[in-house]
Every structure is written in C-alpha cells, then in structure tokens.
Design a protein around this ligand. Structure first.
Ligand SMILES: [Cu+2]
Length: 106
C-alpha cells in the first residue's frame, strides 16, 4: 500500500504548476472555421479538425507565422504552434470565403 503514496503526491504537485502551453481546437464545418477569432498565448498550439465531408486546407501568409498545413479530409486534423505575438489571419486555399484570425498574446 505504502508505495502508492509517492506517485499520487507527484501527480498533485504537477497539477499545481502553471500550464506551459495550451492546445486549442478549431473545426472546419459547413465551409467555415468554427471560430471567427481565437485568442491564445505565445507558445500555444491550435489544432484544426476537418468536420466536413470534403477536403479543407489551412494556411497563413502572415509575416508572424507563415504556414501551410496542406489539404486533408474529414476527421483528420493538423496542428500548428504560434510562437510570436500578434494577429494572424488564417485561410483555406480551397474555399476563399473561409477566414479567421488568431490573436496571439504575450
Ligand atoms: Cu475549406
């Protein structure tokens, strides 16, 4: 019995430490991002999940964070880490009306 005491204490200690980076989730549904604007902190990641029965793409031409996650079908996701503060427009190359802003705060 006694050997269980230490692992439980360790878990409690880890849970009291501040979060280093969070993972946020944005869906792609009905040819739109499920958030028009998302506020995150520097170092956080955003996971883009395709919920439509056709391909979507995710990219940004922002100087702060240029990326292209490619095109992927329903049920798949791609993640990207945002490491600089600022406003980053995110689009889908397949559907020109799909657009959102990621606001990265320090
Ligand atoms: Cu799309």
């Amino acid at each position: 019995m006694k050997k269980f005491v230490l692992p439980i204490a360790s878990i409690l200690l880890i849970n009291t430490l501040p979060a280093v980076a969070a993972e946020h989730e944005v869906g792609q549904k009905n040819k739109a991002f499920t958030a028009k604007e998302l506020r995150i902190k520097v170092g956080d990641s955003v996971k883009f999940t395709n919920q439509d029965p056709f391909f979507h793409n995710v990219y940004s031409l922002s100087d702060l964070k240029t990326f292209d996650l490619g095109s992927y079908p329903k049920g798949e996701f791609r993640s990207v880490v945002f490491d600089k503060a600022g406003k980053i427009p995110v689009e889908c190359a397949i559907h020109p009306n799909m657009y959102m802003d990621i606001i990265v705060e320090k």
